[in-house]
Structure formats: C-alpha cells, structure tokens
Design a protein around this ligand. Sequence first.
Ligand SMILES: NC(=O)c1ccc[n+]([C@@H]2O[C@H](COP(=O)([O-])OP(=O)(O)OC[C@H]3O[C@@H](n4cnc5c(N)ncnc54)[C@H](O)[C@@H]3O)[C@@H](O)[C@H]2O)c1
Length: 210
Amino acid sequence: MNKKKVPKATLQRYPVYLKALRRLKKYGHTRVMSKELSELVNIESTTIRRDFSLLGNLGKQGYGYDIDTLIDIFNQQLGVDFDEKIILVGAGNLGRALMKYNKWDHVVGEIACAFDINPDRQGVRFNIPVYSMDELEEKIPEGCRIAILTISDNVQGTVDQLIACGIRGIVDFTHKHVQVPNNVSLKVVDVVSSVQELVFETNNLDNKGE
Ligand SMILES: NC(=O)c1ccc[n+]([C@@H]2O[C@H](COP(=O)([O-])OP(=O)(O)OC[C@H]3O[C@@H](n4cnc5c(N)ncnc54)[C@H](O)[C@@H]3O)[C@@H](O)[C@H]2O)c1
C-alpha cells in the first residue's frame, strides 16, 4: 500500500495506535472494536474511526478491525521497523535493569539475547538468554543491527567485535571513548553528564530569577 496523505494530527496518533495494537496482539487478540481501542489509548472512538477511514475501508460492522492488518498498515505508514532484534552486551547491574525492563517490543523491538564474559552472569535472566562472548558470532540473531553496551572492560575491543558481527548501531552506556567507522552509529547515554547539564541549567535559571 502507498503512503496516504493524512493530517499531521492524525499522523501523530499512529504510533499511539500501533503501540496499543501490538500490545493487544501480544496478548492474543486478533480484532478490536474502536470503542475498546478508545479506552486503551484514551482517544475518542469517533476520532479513531475517522483516522482509520483515511487508510481505507478497514472496519466491519459488528466485527471491528483486524489487528494484523492495522499493524501492517501503520508500520508501512510510519516507515519504521518495530521488530528490531536488539542485543545487550554486559549483563551486570545496568544491563540486568535494562533486561528486566525490556518493554521495547511495543515500540522498537526487544532485547533478543545478551552476552557476558562472566560465566556467573550467563544463563537465562528475565526470560532472556545470556550467552558467553565466545558464542557471539553463533548466537547473534539474524539481521541484528543494534547493540546496547553495558560492559566495564575492553570496550573498544568489544565494539570492534560487534561491528565485525554486523552491528551498525550501538547504544553506549560505558563512559569510554570508542571509535567507530562512518557506517556505524554510536549513541552515548550518560546520566552523569545529564545531571551536570541540569545543574548548569538550574543554576542559570536561579540567576535569572534574582
Ligand atoms: N551511562 C551511565 O549513565 C552509566 C551509569 C552507570 C554505569 N555506567 C557504566 O555502565 C557499565 C556497566 O555498569 P554496571 O554497574 O552494570 O557494571 P557491572 O560490573 O555490574 O556489569 C558489567 C558487566 O559487564 C561484563 N563485562 C565486562 N567486560 C565485558 C566484555 N568486554 N564483554 C562482555 N561482558 C563484559 C561483566 O562481566 C559484568 O557482568 C560500566 O561501564 C559503567 O561505568 C554508565
């Protein structure tokens, strides 16, 4: 299906619909009425029906909407792949907190498996298999592009290893400076710098109030 021209306000509701639909699918639902969806997303059912009617004749009286069909359409409309198979490297304190959270499946994908050098950290944690780093090449999911890095040692060596296994995007929590080639993206997440920035910003706000 081609992308349709839809109003901006409608477009902004698509991710909200998609998230709810994916959740419904996950819990075994195959169809949904606009009224049920309305309760889930807190949007009027008349608005939902109008939004959906822009995408074609999708609903059936008394049956509602087919969830798989809607998910396909919204995925196409948004042009995003919500099924990323993400890997996590370093199943320590931070890594395990992220594995426990793992709610990305309604939005971008999910942590499919993790890796750690420490045998004590391997096994299944929060329903996610944690493998040894020696198994990286063998266990990395097919087509996996994104890795979350929560390790404490040999960061550059591990990044190089991940890239050699096809990783193209890294969310880096380690506080180390690492080099990546041009065809790999690195997003650094650093709570400490964020706090520092906030301290600076709040100081400025305080000064403005004087
Ligand atoms: N970005 C932030 O805001 C932020 C906040 C806290 C911690 N950190 C950083 O996150 C990292 C993890 O912190 P933590 O508290 O979870 O540490 P942790 O020691 O609890 O966990 C690190 C885990 O990584 C494993 N590991 C170490 N080197 C590895 C490698 N080369 N390959 C595979 N596994 C490896 C260890 O066995 C361990 O299980 C550290 O680098 C820490 O400095 C960042």
